[in-house]
Design a protein around this ligand. Structure first.
Ligand SMILES: [Zn+2]
Length: 301
């Protein structure tokens, strides 16, 4: 018994049954083998697991769907079997960044990532931001994919790997590039024409049937281990080893990029590993954005 009448959303005062498979309490208790003489007593001792409402024999309740049961099983398996392994693996990568596949979980990642879902995003507009570093006006070609290998490393790229990072809105793009106390950035909209073969790390959040998601991908969503914040003032970024290992596995399986969540905003980010320049089209010119950081309460995490 997972949900009750009170848990259901209301539309103009009427309940619409959405959560759980609807069943009458009497039928539920019968299914559970509770003898008729005891049903009233048993029913009045039950609470809704979701909202805590007390129940009685006249209640209607929501039972977990088969998908929810499956997702629960997967969560239990993750917690008992995989969560400790992941912690150990992150530790391993910190010691041996180039030897990820020498760890059993690293090998499992390499294998499973081939089965991770590709993005079904229809979003074709994405944004890139650059910090304002001087009085010059930037033009679209300043905002496009970097022409030279970067000197810096990123969450999904090693030093010198040329990649193109984008975000789903101009504000999200700005949030990614601005440090504490900074507020000015140039933002440029792009149309990304080829969105095939993008690894979708955001899939579990949008997916109703968590049990159908590969367990390592679901586990990433639960643990958020690939999203750990780095120290902006430190060159030592061990938090990047796991996401970069994932990026290596994704490249190995010929994904063209990754769609991923950010700890800095609610939107999505996109990193492209390879592209045809003609598939990346500037929309208009760069504009200046004065960014307002969301208040603490509005931050996603
Ligand atoms: Zn309830």
């Amino acid at each position: 018994m997972a949900y009750c009448y009170n848990c259901q959303p209301r539309e103009s005062g009427e309940y619409i049954w959405v959560l759980g498979n609807q069943i009458e309490m009497t039928d539920f208790l019968m299914d559970q083998g509770v003898p008729e003489s005891k049903r009233e007593e048993v029913a009045s001792g039950l609470y809704c697991l979701n909202c805590g409402t007390e129940q009685d024999l006249s209640s209607e309740i929501g039972q977990k769907s088969a998908e929810e049961e499956l997702a629960d099983e997967q969560w239990d398996q993750w917690r008992s079997e995989y969560a400790p392994k992941l912690e150990e693996f992150v530790d391993w990568l910190t010691k041996y960044p180039y030897l990820g596949t020498d760890h059993p979980l690293g090998r499992e990642f390499l294998e499973q990532i081939a089965e991770f879902p590709t993005s079904t995003f229809t979003r074709d507009r994405w944004w890139r931001a650059r910090r304002v570093e001087g009085p010059s006006r930037l033009v679209p070609k300043d905002m496009g994919p970097p022409p030279k290998p970067p000197r810096s490393e990123g969450r999904y790229n090693h030093h010198g790997q040329r990649v193109f990072y984008l975000a789903s809105s101009k504000e999200d793009a700005a949030a990614e590039v601005l440090g504490e106390g900074e507020c000015l950035s140039w933002v440029q909209e792009f149309e990304i024409r080829d969105r095939s073969k993008l690894l979708d790390l955001t899939a579990p959040m949008a997916h109703e049937d968590m049990g159908a998601i590969p367990i390592l991908l679901a586990g990433l969503a639960w643990s958020r281990a690939h999203m750990a914040s780095d120290d902006p003032d430190s060159e030592w970024k061990p938090q990047y080893f796991l996401p970069r290992f994932i990026a290596d596995c994704a490249r190995r399986h010929r994904f063209r990029g990754i769609v991923f969540d950010s700890p800095k905003h609610y939107g999505e980010n996109l990193v492209l590993f390879r592209w045809k320049r003609s598939d990346i089209v500037e929309v208009g010119d760069p504009t200046l954005l004065e960014w307002q950081p969301p208040s603490e309460e509005d931050m996603p995490f």
